[in-house]
Design a protein around this ligand. Sequence first.
Ligand code: CMC
Length: 427
Amino acid sequence: MPDAVLRYGEQELELTSHSGTEGDTGVDIGKLRSELGLVTIDRGFANTAEGLSAVTYINGEEGILRYRGYPIEQLAEKSDFLEVAYLLQYGELPTKTEYEEYEDAITRHTLLREDMKYLFEAFPHNAHPMQILASATSALATYYPDALDPLDEEAVDLSARRLIAKTPTMMAWSYKYSVHQPYVYPDNSLDYSSNFLKMMFSVPAEEYVVDPVVANALTMLLILHADHGQNCSSSAVRLVGSGHANIFSSISAGIHALSGPLHGGANQAVLEMLDMIVSEGGDTSQFVKRAKDKNDPFRLMGFGHRVYKNFDPRARIIKKAAEEVLDALGVDDPLLEVAMELEQVALNDDYFVERRLYPNVDFYSGIIYRAMGFPTDMFTVLFAMGRLPGWISQWRELSADPQAKIFRPRQLYVGPETRDYVPIDER
Ligand code: CMC
């Protein structure tokens, strides 16, 4: 008995299906074109599973997110970022020895090649840090040609560790360059988040003590962003990797994909939107009205999600953390109040209720980043820092899959039929 039968005119195609451990069942349409001459149309891949993945489980209807089976709520509360990075890549939580070895390796790779400084200095001071990070990530491949072979597991592991170690340094240095301050070198006595904060915010002239409230909040945010299945940027990373491009090039593509305001760029866009609401008098209902108007390009940034048709579980955690962190830091940000009011207005509005649009991960994260002292244009780079282990895990999963193929979607051609070339003076 086939699992499904597809009838098209007089023809029939028997289809097999695959069930995941949890969640969706997939029907394999791989023979559709060769047997029936048909391709599928699936705008935005909303209904397509490119392959099988064991990294992250999301149930959008119930608002569930798990990395390798572990609920995000538990990881956010009890784990730390490098442990999560290990879990995502290797599939299991590390033992104490494995953790120490991993942390030590990451810590020892935090320095950048000294000549990379000139790369940062080639950018205008007001360059967006996402562009710089994508370029610097791509440039890493030129500094480490010893470990680029995507089919060599050991080389991939080394490159993955270099990436996780060097990304905070690249981010901090792009910031330091933008504010005309000297670069601060990594401090290997500090944990991952604290080291990054020190490179970002300290100056050689003064002693800098990392605030544990800020470091813990950063770690929690990094964990919450660490993976999210086949989203736009992870799919970009996998797509580039499917052609056996090296891991640095693939991750650089992911950073570019993340930069868009419909994806990771939304965290910056949310803050800009909240600022605009305040500067225009604070009437949130006006902005909800605009978001519903199909003739107005304005959307409520930080609202809605392709997969979540319920509360994004990350948004729940971040909202609570935003209140706690601002309180602990003694920050009174009027934008938090505006955000909470906006959320309430939208959640009680038929338009948002019918379309099941809820706050997503980007809605409250910017408020915390701002309280920590990050400038708005660093928000999406912070998302990238968190998502890095997820991108790497997704890339590694694909390159280790013996059934993986180069990504090459079909299309329905709707352009002109064949026609003869006309010389320019006859057109
Ligand atoms: N404000 C107003 N209307 C919205 C919004 C919004 N934020 N999001 C969706 N809609 C409407 C949309 O106009 C459509 O209405 P209709 O059915 O009348 O045409 C309906 O809801 C379904 O939306 P869609 O655009 O077809 O949904 P999608 O799955 O293609 O897009 C999304 C998902 C996240 C791009 C979209 O919800 C959006 O643009 N949100 C704002 C940007 C944002 O916050 N992005 C961050 C996403 S979460 C983290 C990440 O991926 O980085």
